[in-house]
Design a protein around this ligand. Structure first.
Ligand code: NAP
Ligand code: GLV
Length: 336
């Protein structure tokens, strides 16, 4: 009998076909994310879960799923999954690194240009019928070319943003978790500095770290106070990397000039949220990887990870390969 899997949203037909070759599929077909209670009920007899970053796969979910062997998320960030709990239960976790790097870097750069040059404000002005004449001081923004970009987290996406910034003749500062070798810094035309120096010197600060206990609220009031009053913050990482209340205050009080956000905390933002009242804050709904081609690749990559896990193999893009050893021990223990 084929193992049963839960897909927490509709996937493209070729992806579904790939999964159905090895599994019986139960799919959440509503447009809204699967409610928590439904998730808890539907995982009880499944061996695999194909999920999205809106699904919290925590200890409670894992404990409800005694047969679970693989969790595959259609995202590179896996902060919505309790990986430690999965590992201790021999459950492998797959994600989608690399395939969305360039698309997400494109969006980070789009937000950078939009905020620096006030594109959204200016477009709204035209649509509102307010464009009467050319004016020398209309929507004055900041130059991107020649500005200093501070990249926080020099992983796949951080590096892809740096490549784009070189084309704009930007000076690039990087704050990273480990010391980057001098030849890497030279080759990438960057200078590694400590986080505080980056905040003080950058005209644009762009976040590319994963959400972990140590990056939660990496930017709060003290950090905003260190930034230039003309500085722009770009966040395409995760909402909680920034303290939302402190960000609102910093933008409202003009401690910094603007922010471009693809991710927020909470997410989605409720319609009455104060951030939405600020003209100097451009917000888009977590569309970093949202090109047709990239989302197709991510969906198939997540299917490959799921299928490998169901076949007892380590997923090609596995967050916790050590879970394989735990699984072997559990299997040996059960058969002895
Ligand atoms: P990645 O290659 O793992 O890069 C993240 C880098 O940040 C790693 O090299 C990591 O170093 C470093 N880092 C961790 N903590 C740090 C800190 N406190 N200060 C400086 N650097 C730190 O991941 P990625 O593929 O670039 O993706 C990064 C994140 O972007 C994902 O985790 C996800 O949350 C987000 N993302 C968002 C979208 C979107 O749609 N908006 C799309 C894709 C990704 P170590 O490995 O040494 O810890
Ligand atoms: C999107 O946010 C991802 O982590 O893939």
């Amino acid at each position: 009998m084929k193992p049963k899997v839960l897909l927490t949203a509709v996937v493209p037909d070729p992806v579904l076909a790939k999964i159905e070759e090895v599994a019986t599929v139960e799919m959440w077909e509503n447009e809204t994310p699967i409610p928590r209670q439904e998730l808890l009920e539907r995982v009880q007899d499944v061996e695999g879960v194909y999920c999205f970053l809106t699904d919290r796969i925590d200890r409670e979910v894992v404990n409800r799923a005694p047969r679970l062997r693989v969790v595959s998320t259609m995202a590179v960030g896996y902060d919505h999954i309790d990986v430690e709990e999965c590992t201790s239960r021999g459950i492998v976790v797959g994600h989608t690194p690399g395939v969305l790097t360039e698309t997400t870097a494109d969006l980070a750069f789009a937000l950078l240009l939009a905020t620096a040059r006030r594109v959204v404000e200016a477009a709204n002005f035209v649509k509102a019928g307010q464009w009467q004449r050319w004016e020398a001081s209309l929507f004055l923004g900041q130059d991107v070319h020649g500005a200093t970009l501070g990249i926080v987290g020099f992983g796949r996406i951080g590096q892809a943003v740096a490549r784009r910034a070189q084309g704009f003749d930007m000076r690039i500062l990087v704050s990273h978790s480990t010391t980057l070798p001098a030849e890497v810094q030279r080759a990438a035309a960057i200078r590694q500095v400590d986080f505080e120096t980056l905040l003080e010197e950058a005209d644009v600060v762009s976040l590319h770290v994963p959400l972990t206990p140590s990056t939660r609220h990496l930017l709060s009031s003290p950090e905003f106070r260190r930034m230039k009053p003309t500085a722009i913050l770009i966040n395409t990482a995760r909402g909680p990397v920034v303290d939302t209340h402190a960000l609102y205050d910093a933008l409202h009080e003009k401690q910094i000039a603007a922010a471009g956000l693809d991710v927020t905390d909470p997410e989605p933002l409720p319609p009455q949220h104060p951030l939405l009242t600020l003209p100097n804050c451009v917000i888009v709904p977590h569309i970093g990887s949202a090109s047709l081609a990239t989302r197709r690749r991510m969906a198939m990559m997540a299917a490959d990870n799921l299928v490998a896990g169901l076949l007892g193999q380590c997923p090609p893009h596995c967050v916790n390969p050590e879970a394989m050893t735990v699984r072997e021990k559990i299997t040996r223990h059960m058969s002895s």
